[in-house]
Each structure stands twice: as structure tokens, then as C-alpha cells.
Design a protein around this ligand. Structure first.
Ligand code: URA
Length: 432
């Protein structure tokens, strides 16, 4: 058997055998397959698709391609949540402390920003000193001690996904449903969470534009989880407009803190909904009871106190949780004004790209992120605006003409526009 033969078989539309899939994944992980071969395989999968059986075997082989950390010796349910990537999405920073404060343990493995989408690890590093590279032992210890931890998976976890992702990112092969499903679920299976909630995004700022594709991806991932014996559920959510009002690390962390302090917007609504769904699954609670407990965790200040505890436990300067102005913003502030009158429509992807151009994300893996730059929305999608009114405030350094132009392009003002509902269908394991 050779890697070449496996690529050729998929190119012709054949269903790969378990042996072929395991052989290919081993070759990805141990260097037996070149980047060119990985790219060709991914393109063949993107064009020819995979059966459920192939996708499950691919996921399982990827999950087993590296180390699987041991489950910490704690009782009760351990939860995790994963988003397929969006703009102004700091839900993790909100729901992890909410859940931990309610007694649900959270083992949250997060990622860095990809393309125009933001990454939780970059945002957490807004807290000076915050460590996102916890060893498996320290991760487990922290969960046992304070109920939760948020870290990157170690270099030795799911190496096959790490390699495939880098190749997919530069070969236009991200937007394949079986490849996204195996990438996301391999990381979930290589963790020990009992309950996993997937937030599957669709729309302008997501990897999949169509809601029907996001629903197909959600169903597939729930089925993979079920076959692997995990409780996986998924919610499909819209990402046409940014989720919150802030784009850029320090601005987004400030906003997450504000939500834990009671601020209400789409970011708050989705974060608390996700926390509620995990609580329902983890503690078998009825919807209304779970919702009330989540609200109480915010209103009582317990969730904010838990964030402080998590930041401190991971070496971060936790004073910023009570004094968010300690997270600095870039010195130049530019107001962007509406170029017309109508209903505000905002393209999340353009704002994500603008943030990248400001230096707030990575164009290449080795780039440093400027946590201080970003965009603060002054108007929400669906709000009426008059020409000349401020729609966004941009925090930048030096000349930022291209980024400012991208921010202007993100806004349009049609006479009528109703943004799609943010929260779409919910898929439970027993229903797919
Ligand atoms: N997030 C992932 O982890 N993998 C993908 O392929 C897409 C989004």
C-alpha cells in the first residue's frame, strides 16, 4: 500500500478501507506523506466526499495519532465546547466561568486565530502572564482544584490534524464537511470531556456560508461523537455579523468581562444559551431550571469571581478582571461614519480581515498578535442609521488606511434588512 494509491483511489471516488485510512493518517503523523500528498488527498476528499464510515475512521485515526491525556481523578461530568470559528466570539471566556461556578467541570482545549477568525488562546494572552501551554498534568490538576482550565492542546496531541490543518489552510481545502468534522472531532475524541457542545457557525464570517451545510456538519459531528461513545450535541448559529460589539483581543476580553458583569447583547445571549445547554446535558436539568441557574451565576457575580480564579491559576494578572481598563488599547482612535442612510448590515468576515490588517491576528503562523488593536462597533446589524453617524471606532497604530477601508467595506445600508436569527437548530445525540 502507498500514499499515492490511496490518493488515487479517493480521486476516483472509491470508498477507502479502514486499512487505507489508518495507513494514510500514520503517514501524515510520521512524515511518510509529503505536504503535496496531504494537499492532494484533502482536495480529493473535498471533491469526492466521504461516507460516514470513512469519516468516522479518519477521525478516530487522527485522534489516536498522538498522546491522549489521562482523565483527571474528579467525580461528576466534565464538559467542553467547541466553535467552528467566528468573529467577535468570546463565548468561551464567558461560559467556562459560568459553568465552573455552577459545579460543572470544564476541560476546555482552545485554539489560536485562523484566517479572519479570532482564537481564544490569543485572547487569554491579553492577561499579562497567562499560560496557554499547560502540561496534561497541570491541566488536570487545575480542573480538580478550581473546576476548570483553558489551554491549547500540547504539541503531541492530534499531530495528524495539526499537519493537515496547515496544508488545508493554504490549499483552499478548509471548507470540506468531512475534513472539518474529522478535524474538530479528532481533537474532541483526544480529550476526556464527557459532554461536548459544538457551536457550528454559518454565514459570511464562518467557514461554511450556508445554513444547510452547517446543519449537515452538525449532524455528522454528533453522529461521530455518538459512535465514539461520547455525549456530543450541536447548535447551529449565524455568523453574518460579528457576535459581539468588539473585534480584537483586548477589546473582546473587556467585552467578555462586561457580559459577566451583566451586559446584554447577542454575545451574552449565545454564551448563556450554550452554558444552559451544557448544564441541561451535564446535570440532566430541565430547560427552565438550567436557564435560571446560568442567569443566577452571572447576577450573583459568581461567574466573574471564577474567571478571576482561572486567570490567576494560569499565571495571568487577574486584576484586569475587576479593572478591565488595565487591558490597553492602541493609541490612535479613528471613528468610521455611515456612508449612507438605511438599515445597518455588517459583514463579519471583512471586520475580521480588518483586524488582521491592523495586526490583531496572524497572517502567518509565526506572526505576533497585537492585543491592543481592534474595532468597536457603535451600531448593530439591523439598526437604522443616518449618513454620517458613527458606526465603528477603530483602535490602531500608525497608518492603517487599508484596514480602515476594510472596515468601511464591512458596512452597507440597504433600505430594508432583517439579520437572521442568531441561534438556529439544536441537535441532540438521540435525534440524529
Ligand atoms: N476548526 C477546526 O478545528 N478544524 C476545521 O477544519 C475547521 C474549524
Amino acid at each position: 500500500m502507498t500514499v499515492y494509491e490511496i490518493i488515487d483511489a479517493k480521486k476516483r471516488g472509491a470508498e477507502l478501507t479502514p486499512r487505507q485510512i489508518r495507513f494514510f493518517v500514520r503517514a501524515v503523523a510520521d512524515g511518510g506523506a509529503s505536504d503535496a500528498q496531504i494537499a492532494a488527498f484533502c482536495m480529493a476528499v473535498l471533491l469526492r466526499g466521504m461516507t460516514d464510515e470513512e469519516c468516522f475512521l479518519l477521525t478516530e485515526a487522527m485522534a489516536q495519532s498522538g498522546e491522549v491525556p489521562p482523565r483527571p481523578p474528579v467525580g461528576g461530568v466534565i464538559a467542553d465546547k467547541h466553535s467552528t470559528g467566528g468573529v467577535s466570539d468570546s463565548t468561551t471566556l464567558i461560559l467556562v466561568p459560568v459553568l465552573c461556578s455552577l459545579g460543572v467541570k470544564c476541560a476546555k482545549y482552545s485554539g489560536r486565530g485562523l484566517g479572519h477568525t479570532g482564537g481564544t488562546l490569543d485572547k487569554l494572552e491579553s492577561f499579562p502572564g497567562f499560560r496557554v501551554d499547560l502540561t496534561a498534568e497541570r491541566f488536570a490538576r487545575q480542573i480538580a482544584q478550581i473546576g476548570g482550565a483553558i489551554s491549547g492542546q500540547t504539541a503531541h496531541t492530534v499531530p495528524a490534524d495539526k499537519r493537515m490543518y496547515v496544508v488545508r489552510d493554504v490549499t483552499a481545502t478548509i471548507d470540506s464537511i468531512p475534513l472539518i468534522a474529522s478535524s474538530v472531532m479528532s481533537k474532541k475524541l483526544a480529550s476526556f470531556a464527557d459532554v461536548v457542545l459544538l457551536d457550528v457557525k454559518y454565514g459570511n464570517g464562518a467557514f461554511l456560508p450556508a445554513e444547510a451545510d452547517a446543519e449537515e456538519l452538525a449532524r455528522l459531528m454528533v453522529r461521530i461523537g455518538k459512535r465514539a461513545g461520547r455525549r456530543v450535541c450541536a447548535v447551529v448559529t449565524n455568523m453574518d455579523a460579528p457576535l459581539g460589539d468588539a473585534v480584537g483581543c483586548n477589546l473582546e476580553v473587556r467585552e467578555a468581562i462586561a457580559v459577566l458583569g451583566g451586559k446584554k447583547n447577542d454575545l451574552a445571549a449565545l454564551s448563556l444559551y450554550l452554558a444552559q445547554k451544557i448544564l441541561e446535558e451535564a446535570l440532566s436539568l430541565p430547560e427552565a431550571e438550567a436557564k435560571a441557574r446560568v442567569r443566577a451565576a452571572v447576577d450573583s457575580g459568581a461567574a466573574l469571581a471564577k474567571l478571576e480564579q482561572i486567570v490567576a491559576a494560569q499565571g495571568g494578572d487577574a486584576r484586569a478582571v475587576r479593572e478591565p481598563e488595565r487591558l490597553p488599547l492602541a493609541p490612535n482612535e479613528v471613528t468610521v461614519r455611515a456612508a449612507g442612510s438605511g438599515v445597518c448590515r455588517i459583514a463579519a468576515k471583512k471586520l475580521g480581515e480588518a483586524c488582521l490588517l491592523l495586526g490583531g491576528g496572524r497572517q502567518r503562523a509565526e506572526d505576533a498578535v497585537d492585543h491592543t488593536v481592534g474595532i468597536l462597533l457603535q451600531k448593530r446589524a439591523g439598526e437604522r442609521v443616518r449618513e454620517g453617524e458613527p458606526v465603528a471606532r477603530v483602535y490602531c497604530r500608525g497608518a492603517a488606511d487599508e484596514a480602515l477601508e476594510r472596515v468601511r467595506e464591512a458596512f452597507s445600508y440597504p433600505p430594508e434588512y432583517a439579520p437572521p436569527a442568531r441561534i438556529g437548530r439544536y441537535f441532540k445525540a438521540e435525534e440524529v
